[in-house]
Design a protein around this ligand. Structure first.
Ligand code: ATP
Length: 312
């Protein structure tokens, strides 16, 4: 593949493979063998609930440029996603929102032919630094996908703790039970599944499966949760429940969500970033700011047109 370098490049990450591979749905985001999770125990001796005892962390993306092969799809995108807030990434199809999101936890580099330049700082630490392990970035920055992807044959209980198993973290049975309850509660699913934890995850409804995926992400204590159109496959009732879940989670974990639904962006986010890609050009951020301002008094007429449904 071609190399992409310029004077402002901080990193260039490349991968290679066939074009067909690029169509493969990403694997569920769980850490790999060898990762460890350090549980800081409180007076109760229990492992902390997801996010508890952790300081909230902001995510600072600087000068992000991204390519698929020779195709540059993002151009020097800079965005600070504040700790303890929901940031919504909005914009028409193909402007690079999902690519940007995947760069935030090093998933972009899994795509054959993908490359990127720029920096992503989690709490001031560059997740792309040579000394940082890719699995550490993915543990700290979780991802929930558009299509719920629980392990269908695995029990609800085992789905929640699947990430722990793969990390090799040893958590006592009682602590695990507490963790499962805690994460399912936070994901808004506990009351619906408490009596059938041993049933397969695949037997749940789509909305329940998505909340199970949220619970699974929370079990490994991410500091940031990325959500790529998490409600687009769900009915309005399930969507409302997920939105309520987001509103509660953000007290403990910073959230970045891609959504095409402007009402949803207005309901759930504190801040929005409006992405746009003009014909044949890479995507960039036209405008970002507090959600109220983006909807009610945007600086750029294109933002106003987009949020009011006049294009895209
Ligand atoms: N795996 C891939 N291989 C090659 N090109 C890709 C790949 N994924 C995305 N692209 C291209 O990158 C550009 C940005 O795509 P991306 O999915 O990030 O946009 P998006 O704003 O999230 O779109 P949507 O809202 O439709 O999901 C598009 O031109 C797309 O065709």
């Amino acid at each position: 593949m071609n190399e992409h370098e310029d004077t402002n490049t901080m990193h260039v990450v490349r991968s290679s493979g066939s074009a067909a591979d690029t169509m493969v749905e990403p694997e569920p985001l769980v850490p790999r063998h060898g990762d460890t999770i350090e549980w800081s125990r409180g007076h109760s001796g229990k492992p902390p609930a997801a996010g508890r005892h952790q300081a909230l962390a902001g995510l600072d993306a600087r000068d992000i440029t991204a390519w698929f092969g020779d195709h540059r799809v993002l151009d020097r995108v800079t965005l600070f996603m504040r700790a303890g807030e929901v940031t919504a990434l909005i914009g028409p199809s193909g402007c690079g929102k999902s690519t940007f999101l995947r760069i935030l936890n090093r998933m972009h580099e899994l795509v054959p032919s993908a490359a990127m330049a720029g920096e992503v700082l989690l709490d001031g630490q560059d997740i792309y630094a040579a000394s940082r392990r890719i699995t550490e970035a993915r543990r700290q920055i979780g991802m929930v996908f558009q299509k719920p992807n629980p392990f269908p044959a695995m029990s609800i209980y085992d789905n929640v703790v699947a990430g722990l198993k793969l990390t090799g973290a040893r958590v006592r049975r009682n602590d695990k039970d507490d963790l499962v309850e805690e994460c399912l509660t936070k994901a808004g699913l506990w009351r619906e599944v408490r009596d059938r934890l041993r049933q397969p995850g695949g037997a749940l409804s789509g909305g329940q499966q998505q909340r199970l995926c949220i619970a699974r992400s929370l079990a490994i204590r991410p500091r940031v949760l990325l959500m790529d159109e998490p409600c687009s496959a769900l009915d309005p009732t399930s969507t409302r429940v997920i939105e309520e879940t987001i509103a509660e989670l953000v007290a403990e974990v910073t959230i970045v969500i891609v959504t095409h639904n402007m009402q949803q962006a207005a309901r759930v986010s504190n801040r929005c970033a409006f992405f746009l890609a003009e014909q044949g050009k890479p995507g960039y951020i036209v405008e970002h700011g507090p959600t109220d301002a983006m909807f009610n008094e945007p600086q750029d007429p294109r933002t106003s047109d987009y949020v009011h449904g006049r294009f895209g």
